[in-house]
Design a protein around this ligand. Structure first.
Ligand SMILES: C[S@@+](CC[C@H](N)C(=O)[O-])C[C@H]1O[C@@H](n2cnc3c(N)ncnc32)[C@H](O)[C@@H]1O
Length: 316
């Protein structure tokens, strides 16, 4: 099944989505993504007809507005993209920098679509003042307008009429989830200081996040969190504390191409935590999903097909 993608996005869960969706209870009424980014999980679940309604939220307001326009006015957005993409050719790099300057001044979400399609590996970067400062990809021209229009139309067809989009800080979303919601959280990676990562518009505090999860547990909310992980035996990020009683499912995301280049055969493993209410309902135990040996992880390229996703080993 080809699932449409609105734009490349650093940390997109597009490739992992089929596996994460195995932990979505059948008959889920609404999927809430407080840190939606490119909305990869919601789009994948809509494509599989798994969920009736969606709440997409991202604190990055132009990004949230862009998702709203993709869903509600794909034709107008596609037309705008076509015009700006075509204007690219005389001096492509200069054109990019002009659009970037214009976006930073106006925060016009339509310009962000062009920047995401055109910037290096779709990897957003923000400086300390929140200005988009990523450079253009000098080797590629970005998604062709016809391809872009087809993706926008496909995403709109999947989500229109069933999705709300907001640009709140995640706590305000969690305070308003309903008892029958399932919440998928993919917060910004924990940077060195744990608070801010230049790849995203904003960072979150670890302690605040743990406090929010504690409240969700008290309310018996069903949720999933993508959080820390490891490369080989080295962990990155701080693990979520045991007192939250989360069930850890480790997912082998693939061999790290960088480690392979350095002659190390290391697997990147991402953590997916299930809330007590969700793990009880699905009867899930700690486990690890193995990745097929011949697959190389390609973080920002086409999604890698996953090995048969079955629980092959239990860890305690
Ligand atoms: C790892 S990315 C999510 C990627 C997403 N799962 C996808 O597939 O594209 C984390 C997102 O959290 C957003 N974010 C950062 N701080 C936030 C906050 N306080 N509240 C809500 N969203 C926030 C960032 O803008 C970023 O888009």
């Amino acid at each position: 099944m080809t699932v449409p993608q609105p734009f490349q996005y650093q940390g997109s869960k597009r490739a992992l989505a089929p596996l994460i969706l195995q932990y979505l209870p059948p008959g889920t009424t609404r999927l809430v993504e407080p840190f939606c980014g490119s909305a990869a999980l919601s789009i994948a679940s809509a494509a599989r007809g798994r969920v009736g309604e969606f709440w997409l939220n991202d604190f990055n307001a132009p990004l949230a507005q862009l998702l709203s326009q993709i869903i509600n006015s794909p034709k107008e957005l596609g037309k705008f993209y076509k015009e700006i993409w075509r204007a690219d050719h005389a001096d492509a790099l200069e054109h990019y920098y002009q659009v970037r300057e214009s976006f930073n001044r106006t925060q016009d979400a339509r310009l962000l679509l062009y920047l995401l399609a055109r910037c290096v590996k779709g990897a957003v970067r923000y400086n300390g003042e929140g200005w988009f400062n990523q450079s253009p990809d000098k080797r590629r021209l970005g998604t062709r307008p016809e391809t872009m229009q087809a993706s926008l139309n496909a995403i709109s067809a999947l989500l229109r009429g069933k999705t709300i989009v907001t640009a709140l800080s995640y706590e305000n979303v969690l305070a308003n989830v309903r008892a029958d919601d399932v919440v998928y959280m993919d917060p910004p990676y924990q940077g060195v200081c744990g608070e801010r990562d230049s790849r995203y518009f904003s960072g979150i505090s670890f302690d605040d996040f743990v406090a929010q999860l504690t409240v969700l547990n008290l309310k018996n909310v069903r949720y999933l969190v993508s959080y820390d992980g490891r490369l080989g035996s080295r962990s990155y990020g701080k693990p979520l504390p045991a007192r939250l009683r989360l069930t850890l499912v480790e997912v082998e995301a693939g061999r790290s191409s960088q480690a392979t280049l350095l002659g190390r055969d290391e697997m990147t493993v991402e953590s997916l935590y299930l809330s007590p209410a969700l793990a009880d309902e699905l009867d899930v135990h700690p486990s690890i999903h193995r990745h097929r040996r011949d697959e190389q992880m390609q973080l920002m390229e086409n999604p890698v097909p996953y090995g048969k996703a079955k629980v092959s080993k239990r860890i305690s």
